[in-house]
Design a protein around this ligand. Sequence first.
Ligand code: LLP
Length: 424
Amino acid sequence: MSYDPRQILTQAGQDLAVEEVPLRQIADQFGTPCYVYSAQALRAQYHQLAAALNPLKSRIHYSVKANSNLGILSLFKELGAGFDIVSGGELSRVLAIGGNPRDVIFSGVGKSVAEIDLALKVGVGCFNVESRSELERIQQRAELAQKVAPISVRVNPDIDANTHPYISTGLKDNKFGVDAETALTLYSMAAKTNALSIEGIDCHIGSQIARTEPLLEALNSILNLVDTLSSSGIELQHVNLGGGFGVRYQDEHALDLNAYGAQLHELLGPRQLPLRVEPGRSLTANAGLLLTQVEYLKPGQDDATGFVIVDAAMNDLIRPSLYDAWHDIVVVDGFSADDPVQQLDVVGPICESGDFLAKGRSLQVSEDSLLAVLSAGAYGMCLASNYNSRGRAAEVLVDGANVQCIRRRETVQDQLRLELPEGR
Ligand code: LLP
């Protein structure tokens, strides 16, 4: 694969986002491993989705879990996004960038009392309720705080999103949402109390969904409920379709957003219901990469595949180990035409065989090479850990010729501080 060092990000086989700063310069300045994001690519993804939903009354609530760096959240806030959160921590991040709590949707099956209280105090726009017990808890906490909690019920439509089982959420054996009948019960409970105000209805059937059919099927069953509720006098203010729009990592098809927008329009028919979506991956995945330096080349035993051992590991990017996810790997520099093209596993320094970033790739690489692991802008850094007491990577945002460190590399002191006795 030919590589222009100014192209800091690529979307396999699609348009390349070109920023002005060479990756080698970023590696020299900030060290490796290092996540690099393109502001231009993030904006382009946002505008593409906004344009596809344009004919509809709609609002994009960026799903914070996909990449929760404050620099990324600020960028989406500037673009006019609201936010989808699943914890008090994510709410605090939105507040830290000056986000308006009214633009926040609070999802998740396990909202604690402390999280509900914080959300009520700051006044989030909507709680997406996932069970009867949760509805009762939100009502009690709202009564205690003398507030009115805006709610939406998350419906689990029992639809197969045809994605990895770990990230499928809309099947009846998944822990998320409630069935249609329970949803109707929850709405009638909510209608009877002044502590809750009924705002909308929502669903999210999974992530990395490649085809529009399951998403539309989900909307269809939600619309049936909207109509049933309407006939019993409960008028909803919005329909939230969740996120899950699939992207291209290798040779799969990204979800056709324009087709999706047009089909939504058709399905909604004369209903003037405002739509909400909660995209995470589709906005950030292909706007980020992970830079990593080769440490060693190690031949395989006998005729087994050899290894390129790099300084990034499963603690930095766990998607290949956890979901068997495929990320393109590009050799940025540090090789010559004389270096042979080899079949290699790209592995990190962590002490388990599950620590790999890629398997069996054809690479022309040397021990001086810098590599880029592509499509790493979503569920990369936010899933990073300190396993093997490794500090988490730095994060850098590039905007034209402007390079900004949006999270410094974690030091050993950062890790020890929480465990040493006070004052040491
Ligand atoms: N809304 C809800 C309620 C969600 O649970 C999720 C993702 C989203 C929105 C955003 O979905 P997206 O547009 O990003 O597909 N760690 C996995 C993905 C987990 C997704 C969890 N929920 C991965 O690396 O593939």
